[in-house]
Design a protein around this ligand. Structure first.
Ligand code: SAH
Ligand code: SF4
Ligand code: F3S
Length: 461
């Protein structure tokens, strides 16, 4: 290794777990003398932290590799190029064949091996490490970096559970992330306390099926997510807790009660349903009906009436008829979402649904997607408008674009721009919501705004 500090650039795609993993890569390499850079141009090691969930996501990596190759050639540089994440796990050595610029391939469970893999790549090998050893990953990566690779943020992710045993018939995650594994309560607490100590005020617990969490507690027994949240809410300094993503099948009564009993647990829940049709839900292997989902939402709202709900939807799953799609439109009304993510079904190699009869033509998917998105946007706008005039608590995250403006988040996760705000990042402030834009709220410090609110012009009706 040269005397000068090595620079690491990680570009993450896909879900929040990849964002969390990117920081763990920086930790692992930080201990080896690396520091992170925000640009691929001056990096000694470039990691593409990839996502395999839909075809478009997976193909992005190859266009990005092309760009990296071209930029490196033009600059006369030759950084080490690594492909990590779920495409690495799914395609392994295929990536080396398809893209000669790639020096190493590392799956999501092997990031603790990055220093060694980089050394091998420098020696001219092209290593591929796609072993499944989640426990080892967490043991090795739980150690904090010798020097923090990034300035501490106000809000942080913390992976508590990884992998999935649900095998929804459209989904690659059980293959790319392996079986469900929960980290121990002690490990999670240790990490949460370290985060709190570095100034983090909000922690979002991550898991592909986070409500299936069953990590070993200090009593030697498995703890549920609800119990873990209760324990975490005792940490001074941590003001807010969130978790994502949950599966309706694993949503326990104690987690419902936690939404009533834990003031630090924010009233926002991402609970994907995918479809409103019982026939399609069955074909997807979701193992619940539309009515059961709506009933569950009802019980959670009894515990926390102001809960903002978001969901994921897939349109055009094989065999989806117009009638099935109408059932999806109906569940959008019944569940009353504050936000949602909608996707066209993408057949993924190796998943059961990919080879099924009744693949839905792309034009039909596009039409259904447009209708669903339009309805969801209307409801989202209505939800945001319903907050105008309300007093909310905002966790301030950063300075805004204009002088005196600060940006933060509402309890409902929606970004809030606060005018004439003298609070600092990490502060909790009371605000009065003055307007709603497409994706954010505008607000003034509670008890009287000072100055004009220029963003009101952008606000959508
Ligand atoms: N564990 C979460 C979701 C993980 S993937 C859950 O069980 O809900 C995130 C979202 O991507 C899914 O909720 C689904 O809506 C979408 N998705 C997954 N596979 C897909 C596919 N093959 N085509 C289109 N969308 C897909
Ligand atoms: Fe994929 Fe289903 Fe597991 Fe979610 S629950 S990660 S959609 S298999
Ligand atoms: Fe994508 Fe892997 Fe996350 S496939 S959504 S990065 S678990």
């Amino acid at each position: 290794m040269t005397a000068r500090t090595q620079k690491l650039f990680v570009k993450s795609y896909g879900c929040q777990m990849n964002v969390y993993d990117a920081d763990r890569m920086a930790d692992a390499l930080g201990a080896e003398g690396f520091s992170t850079t925000q640009s691929a141009d001056d990096a000694d090691v470039i990691v593409l932290n990839t996502c395999h969930i839909r075809e478009k996501a997976a193909e992005k990596v190859y266009s990005e590799l092309g760009r990296i190759r071209k930029a490196a050639q033009e600059a006369g540089r030759r950084p080490i190029v690594a492909v990590a994440g779920c495409v690495a796990q799914a395609e392994g050595a295929e990536i080396l064949k398809r893209s000669p610029i790639v020096d190493l391939v590392v799956g999501p469970q092997s990031y603790q091996n990055l220093p060694e893999l980089i050394a091998k790549a420098r020696a001219g090998e092209r290593p591929v490490d796609t072993e499944f050893a989640v426990e080892k990953k967490f043991e090795a990566l739980a150690r904090p970096a010798m020097r923090p690779a990034r300035a501490p943020a106000v809000s942080a992710f913390l992976t508590v559970q990884e992998g999935c045993d649900k095998f929804c018939t459209f989904c690659v995650v059980p293959y790319t992330r392996g079986a469900e594994v929960s980290r121990s309560v002690a490990q999670v607490l240790g990490e949460a306390e370290r985060l709190a100590g570095s100034g983090v005020r909000e922690i979002t617990l991550l898991g592909q099926n986070v409500d299936a969490y069953h990590g070993e507690g200090p009593d030697g027994r498995p703890w549920t997510l609800a119990r873990l949240l209760e324990r975490l809410s005792e940490i001074d300094g941590i003001a807010r807790l969130r978790y994502t993503t949950s599966h309706p099948r694993d949503f326990g009564d104690d987690l419902i009660a936690a939404h009533r009993d834990l003031p630090k647990l924010m009233p926002y829940l991402h609970l994907p349903v995918q479809s409103g049709s019982n026939r399609i839900l069955k074909a997807m292997n979701r193992r619940h009906t539309g009515a059961e989902y709506v009933e569950l939402i009802g019980r959670i709202r009894e515990a926390r009436p102001d809960l903002a709900l978001s969901g994921d939807f897939i349109v055009g799953f094989p065999g989806e008829t117009d009638a099935d799609f109408e059932d999806t439109m109906a569940i959008v009304e019944a569940a009353d979402y504050a936000a949602s993510f909608t996707f066209k079904y993408s057949p993924r190699p190796g998943t059961p649904a990919a080879g099924r009869a009744g693949q839905v033509p792309d034009e039909v998917m596009s039409e259904r997607l447009a209708r669903l998105q339009a309805r969801i946007s209307e409801r989202q706008a209505a939800f945001q408008r319903s907050l105008v005039g309300r007093r909310l608590e905002v966790l301030v995250e950063r300075a805004g674009r204009h002088p005196g403006q600060m940006g933060g988040r509402s309890p409902y996760l929606i970004p809030v721009q606060i005018e004439s705000c003298d609070a600092a990042p990490g502060d909790l402030v009371e605000v009065d919501v003055t307007g709603a834009g497409a994706n954010s709220l505008f607000a003034a410090p509670a008890g009287g705004a000072r100055g004009a609110i220029p963003q009101l012009a952008e606000a959508t009706a």
